[in-house]
Design a protein around this ligand. Structure first.
Ligand code: ATP
Ligand code: MG
Ligand code: MG
Ligand code: MG
Length: 468
């Protein structure tokens, strides 16, 4: 019998509790840290401790932290391993144990608790980190072929442009060890999946990019719960684990289709719904409400994507609250606040969905006509003006127009769209204010690039224009 998601979570927390870690509850998705829009990692609630701004109550802690990463929105349903919402298991040391102990326990829990064979594991270290390399080779006994040195993109971890950071070492699962050790390429996601990141949190990065050592050497780790479930439950992707699949199944039932026999696009839509409904249920429970700015806009965008993908798989009426019920019942034992906030969750979803459906119907019709006309004229790009009209009159976010355009192999003139936006605003604005928050769906990225005071300005609707 395979381990359930709940069992994996409990095994992780117990393992570290037995080693002197205090089990703490997941913090809210709304971080205290004003430089980040949503909680993107388990370390975020501990950032002031790492920076020496707060004295920890415990030297060691372990959590299962709910996270949202909007920068992964385009990966949702397309890679096997990314959602926007996921749970990150973590063990933390605040100036207590460091590299060698973190590596030893990371290996022990992987091989003794989750019973991964060492032949199925590959580790990475930051290219300059000989110390970590040597620990893996000499103390743990990993063969040199299975220790990969990687650059800063993968193996130097930071939660943002500034703040605590450090080199990291990651553990990957190898689904096909029989393919040999000569050509190990960790980018190959048909063979490998990253599941555990051990960060050696020892620097602070300032706005100029300078690194200064922190007063303490800390450990910050992250293990993806859904990825562990994928590996341990022997399913092809995170979406087919017991943590998400019942949500996918509910949506499929409403659409009267069968997930297993569906084509690839339909599966993507079902996975998008499975992920996003889970995300929005937790966001609303954490008091986020749909709006046109900041995290409220992230919520609105996720709900709209759910509705859109519902229509793509043939659902015509309202369906999000029914799917949300499955998401709530699936997670309520670990997150009792979901059931407590059930009414608010469903009311918010229902309101957003019905409003969006109305505009969607009108806008979709217009867009279809525009696309048909373009095709007649053998053109491949929707003009900035059309995209802007859809936005301005029908509340169509640019990325929605882009998504629909893509389905007909068309592009959208984004620069033209932005130019129309500028004309309408009729006033010049400085560089920060003209950053398009929606293009990459990565609001968190933006937060990384602007300072705290400027960021707070974004939460004031009067200070700047609408998010789009
Ligand atoms: P990847 O390279 O696969 O995008 P990452 O390096 O961005 O992952 P980390 O920042 O190291 O991820 O986060 C720690 C762990 O959290 C990862 O090893 C993974 O298990 C999990 N994780 C990260 N992003 C996601 C996501 N979008 N969906 C599910 N799990 C995730
Ligand atoms: Mg990533
Ligand atoms: Mg990575
Ligand atoms: Mg990583």
């Amino acid at each position: 019998q395979y381990l359930s998601g709940s069992e994996i979570r409990a095994l992780f927390l117990d393992f570290y509790a037995q080693r002197g870690h205090q089990i703490l509850p997941s913090a809210s998705l709304v971080p205290e840290d004003p430089t980040v829009l949503l909680t993107i990692a388990g370390m975020l609630p501990f950032k002031p401790i790492f920076l020496g701004q707060r004295t920890p109550e415990f030297k060691r802690a372990t959590t299962s932290q709910k996270c949202i990463r909007t920068n992964d929105i385009e990966n949702v349903g397309r890679t096997k391993r990314h959602q926007t919402f996921f749970e990150m298991l973590g063990n933390f040391s605040f100036g207590d144990y460091f590299k060698e102990q973190a590596i030893a326990w990371g290996w022990e829990i992987s091989t003794k608790v989750f019973n991964f064979s060492k032949d199925n594991l590959v580790v990475s270290v930051f290219e300059d980190d000989d110390e970590a390399f040597n620990i893996w080779r000499d103390k743990i006994g990993v063969s040199v072929a299975r220790i990969k040195r990687m650059g800063a993109d993968d193996n130097f971890w930071a939660s943002g442009a500034t703040g605590p950071c450090g080199p990291c070492s990651e553990i990957y699962y190898d689904f096909y060890p029989e393919r040999g050790e000569d050509n190990i390429d960790l980018e190959d996601d048909t063979r490998f999946i990253e599941f555990y990141n051990l960060v050696f949190m020892q620097y602070n990065r300032d706005a100029e990019g300078n690194l200064t050592p922190l007063a303490n050497k800390n450990i910050d780790t992250g293990m993806g719960l859904e990825r562990m479930a994928q590996i341990l439950q022997r399913v092809p992707n995170n979406y087919e684990t017991d943590l998400i699949f019942p949500i996918v199944k509910t949506a499929a039932d409403i659409a009267n289709i069968d997930y297993t026999t569906s084509d690839e696009n339909t599966k993507v839509s079902l996975k998008v719904i499975g992920d996003h409904v889970r995300a929005v249920v937790h966001m609303i429970a954490d008091e986020i409400r749909a709006s046109n700015v900041g995290r409220g806009y992230v919520l609105r965008r996720l709900i709209r994507r759910v509705v859109r993908h519902g229509r793509l798989i043939g659902i015509s009426g309202e369906f999000t609250t029914a799917v949300a019920e499955t998401a709530i019942s699936l997670s309520e034992s670990a997150y009792p606040n979901l059931r407590q906030k059930e009414d608010a969750i469903k009311a918010e979803l229902q309101r957003e969905e019905s409003n969006f459906l109305k505009t969607l119907e009108r806008g979709e019709k217009l867009l279809e006509e525009a696309i048909a006309k373009l095709k007649e004229e053998s053109k491949t790009q929707i003009s900035g003006k059309s995209a802007f009209d859809l936005y301005d009159t029908y509340g169509f976010p640019l990325e929605l127009t882009q998504e629909i355009a893509l389905e007909s192999s068309l592009t959208v003139d984004v620069a033209g769209f932005e130019a129309e936006m500028e004309i309408q605003k009729g006033r010049g604005r400085d560089a920060h204010e003209t950053i398009d928050l929606t293009v990459q769906g990565s609001l968190d990225k933006l937060a990384e690039h602007i300072s705290v005071t400027e960021f707070l300005g974004y939460t004031q609707p009067t200070a700047t224009a609408k998010v789009e």
